[in-house]
Design a binder for this molecule. Structure first.
Ligand SMILES: Nc1ncnc2c1ncn2[C@@H]1O[C@H](COP(=O)(O)OP(=O)(O)OP(=O)(O)O)[C@@H](O)[C@H]1O
Ligand SMILES: [Mg+2]
Length: 276
């Protein structure tokens, strides 16, 4: 979707604090462009999920204070009512979280959960609903037959459960998908499969993705641009190539230096000699 990246889908300038504590996010300014994958990287506690919840209007209003503006598709999300936000969540902006098995309801079959997600934003016949479910499951490379739809979450692998969640999140073709540590709980093989899936969905549907992670390797593999969050502000934002190849800020340089590099263990000389 390289050509679609120029214009802004979401632009934000926000500050957030919880109760009377110091601000968690201070004058955080960033944009997500149409069709891009933007990485949001920062160490634990830097405020990544707080930023995601701010976009979705999911911060507890009684115990938090948010100031600023989040422009998305001609609206300032911070000015919308709860009813307007409900209409938008899951339809225009969707969320995928870290642990699929705790995000799915263990007591309900996959079919019931997909149906509820579809009915939240669409009206139509049961046949329309089943058709939409099957397409969504196929788009994440899962079986879409009745046997699969009858499964409970506990009858699936974690990777399959994460695919179901992604199918659910993309059922209504949202313009923006927020993936908050969505691959962190997965083993490396499943993680790379889910990353490839995100990339494929981004390419085939043009859906923009805010990919939140503290795992630099996964960020490098999927993102067009990367924003670095540190101590409540975005200290640097640039293309993946620039952030990895020529990080400008000291904190970004430190982050890059902390990336593990795989080096072969030195050969055991005694052992090698014995083998000759
Ligand atoms: N509901 C809340 N009430 C009070 N403080 C909170 C609340 N949620 C988060 N915080 C605090 O805000 C800070 C940022 O938390 P947040 O969850 O946004 O970080 P994060 O970057 O997503 O971390 P991680 O990588 O561990 O998921 C932390 O200090 C956390 O303790
Ligand atoms: Mg978080």
């Amino acid at each position: 979707m390289a050509g679609a990246h120029a214009t802004s889908l979401l632009s934000a300038h926000v500050s957030v604090r919880y109760a009377d504590k110091p601000s968690i996010l201070r004058d955080v300014k960033f944009e997500i462009r149409h069709g891009e994958v933007l990485g949001l990287v920062g160490q634990s506690g830097s405020g990544k999920s707080t930023l995601a919840m701010s976009i979705l209007g999911l911060l507890d209003k009684k115990h938090s204070c948010i100031e600023g503006v989040i422009n998305f598709q001609d609206s300032d999300l911070l000015q919308l009512s709860e009813r307007e936000l409900r209409a938008l969540r899951g339809r225009s902006i969707a969320l995928v979280l870290q642990s699929p098995l705790s995000s799915l309801n263990p007591a309900l079959k996959i079919r019931t959960q997909l149906k509820e997600a579809w009915r939240a934003h669409a009206s139509g016949s049961s046949a329309d609903c089943i058709h939409a479910m099957r397409i969504a499951l196929q788009s994440v490379s899962l079986p879409s037959d009745d046997d699969f739809l009858r499964k409970y979450p506990s009858q699936m692998s974690v990777g399959q459960a994460q695919r179901v969640l992604i199918a659910m999140a993309t059922l209504h073709r949202p313009a923006l998908l927020i993936a908050d540590e969505a691959t962190s709980a997965l083993d490396v093989i499943t993680q790379s499969e889910i990353l490839a899936l995100f990339r494929e969905l981004n390419r085939s549907t043009g859906m923009a993705i805010l990919y939140i992670s503290h795992d630099l390797a996964s960020v490098a593999g999927i993102c067009d641009r990367i924003a670095i969050l540190h101590q409540g502000t975005i200290v640097e934002c640039g293309t993946t190539q620039q952030i990895f190849g020529n990080p400008r800020q000291e904190y970004t340089q430190k982050l890059m230096a902390s990336m593990p590099r795989i080096q072969p263990a030195p050969a055991n000389k005694t052992h090698v000699a014995a083998a000759r």
